[in-house]
Design a protein around this ligand. Sequence first.
Ligand code: SAH
Length: 376
Amino acid sequence: MKLNPNSLSQILARRILNYGAISLHEFMSEALNHPEYGYYTKSNPIGRSGDFITAPEISQMFGELIGVWCASTWIKIGKPNSFALMELGPGRGTLIVDALRALKALPECLKALELHFVEINPQLKKSQEKLLSDYRVIWHKSLDDIPQKPTIFIANEFFDALPIEQLFFRNKKWYRRKVDLADKKYKSEPKFTFTEEVSSLSDLDRQFVVDSKCLNGSVFEFSPDSRDAITKISKHINYYNGAALIVDYGYHEPNTNSTLQAIQRHRYVDVLNEPGCSDLTAHVDFRALSSVAIINGVSCWGPISQGSFLRRLGIETRSEKLSVSASDATKESIKRAKQRLINEDQMGTLFKVMVLGQKSSYPFPGFLSNELSETA
Ligand code: SAH
């Protein structure tokens, strides 16, 4: 059945007419995850023919180095003889296939490993099933049923896909951003507009807002779903042992600008246009994630830049090795892919890497001992 791309607009418009403006979080949640018309439930967004390309799709080196990271982390957490490798939002499954190939170098670890995926996109789940047909994989729709054993979590470009709220500071007051109908008497295709509502800050919001500069026009973003996910992961690591590797684009310094964006076919489009048809994302607030993790009793390493992380794990050596018997054209494409992953003006700085683990005195692979964040 061909889906009507405007159906979600109609559903949201009726809801607004009946109950009033909805929160930005509700708008984003529906646009991304609506069971029938949500962006992540109805389309295959990744790749040249999709809306964006991710690091594992750029080069096999990315997943392979994450495989090396998993092997060293498994040793570091005490070589549990049974553990879960749980990937959040595995996309097409490319990262994990490359990681598993690298993990073959440590058969003991591969034997102890049980694969778990958290995925809401049925089309991507099919790609994962196909690509991983030689492995036993257990799929989950959420983080509500993490296996009760030591777990290594991997999340590449997962947190930027979770909905956010936005608060504005103006004339000494906070306002919450909401989404309303631009014209309540719309005829065919409803159009949406931003509106706002005076809001009080919860204690948790206040904790993150306090030291951001509250100037007129400051925008403060937060993601309740990310906080929830980090809380579950941290509690699990604390209780069952394990670690979490989080890679995403985002910031660590207090930020007072909107980072909300919509991407369709590799271009920026209007955030409120055709909900469900474009990828709505926001930059990840690593400072908020690390605070939540530390409050929940785990250690937080980084974030450091993706460039530093991949260099320390040996991307230069790996690219040289891959190039040894390659044709000149392949050598050139390996070099270009490596630069795209690590160069400052490409993904190297904007993308950051953070690791959560049980409290310990020596660092996780890819981190230096002074890269431990201790305060929430
Ligand atoms: N990690 C992959 C894909 C990143 S795109 C890569 O690097 O290529 C984001 C992924 O998260 C997709 O697989 C998407 O379907 C999934 N996803 C988005 N929101 C989700 C949610 N709320 N719960 C579970 N998976 C989600």
